[in-house]
Design a protein. Sequence first.
Length: 323
Amino acid sequence: MLKSSDLLWMYEKMLLLRETEEKAVELSFKGEIGTLLSGSGQEAIPVGICKNLLPEDHYAPSHRGISTVLAKGGDPKYLFAELFGKPAGYCKGKGGEMHIADFKDGMIGMNGIVGAAIPIATGSAFAQKKKNLNTVTVCAFGDGASNQGVFHEALNMASIWKLPIVYVCENNQYAMTTPVSYALSVENISDRAKSYSIPGVTVDGNDVLAVYEAVHEAVERARKGEGPTLIECKTYRKYGHHAGAGNDEQMGWGYRPKTEEAYWKSRDPILLFEDYLMAKAVLTESKIKLVREKVKKEIEEAVEFARKAENPKPEDALEDLFA
Ligand SMILES: Cc1ncc(C[n+]2csc(CCOP(=O)(O)OP(=O)(O)O)c2C)c(N)n1
């Protein structure tokens, strides 16, 4: 049972993630950072996931949503430093927006190759089981990634070995410009769980509490040694495939019906949660204002930290390389 303090933690985290995504889009338009794949609009998923995780649990987010690092306990200062390509960043500025890892917080890494995090996360769960750690790994990926071969191989292996892993599909309805309705052989991505004899569930990915509850059950199952679960979260990305400079509109890609965009805009996960918390008297108008201001300030300070951080040295360019 979640307490008011838990609900407020989730609300503030969602705002922190949103503010980060929106700030990154703004910086990209200004040319201060490069183009990015934004997870704005999908915040309920990483927050619903991470509320269930301990610091020592592992989380492998998808390539979309730089801000997911913050849900697992990351610091916006080092995140923005990474986006600015500065040595103070999580990966010394060499990972950039799609390859952030923060092992200290159990963030085992984003991945620019669609689906590639799925076997990596499965390996993490295998190690956790072999070492009897009683920890779990959560792996998030898109609908497109669930059509990759590694998805099927990994789920099969995780099932036969009863690995402590939760697969979370962030079904935002499109893989670049391909609608999921075209690319999927089954009605729901969670239907695929049947083939691997594991539980599969579809939830409203814009409802942070629905995500939290589904992941809660799956994490408990994993900790008890009962193996993996596949959770599909139906959601929508606020922007096109690319956000900021070089976005889909600038590329001339128009593929999402305006009525569809308007429908999902009306189901913004933060506003839905705000309405719920107001109805439960956990939030008030004045508290909302305070939290929003606090989060904005934290992000402004993080951006300032990143701007002022030392630039990389040319002689360090070849460090950290291996082949
Ligand atoms: C193996 C591979 N193929 C193609 C790409 C190009 N690509 C980058 S993101 C993307 C779409 C991925 O869609 P999905 O898995 O649904 O995630 P979403 O971006 O919608 O969150 C593609 C095809 C890639 N990065 N890696």
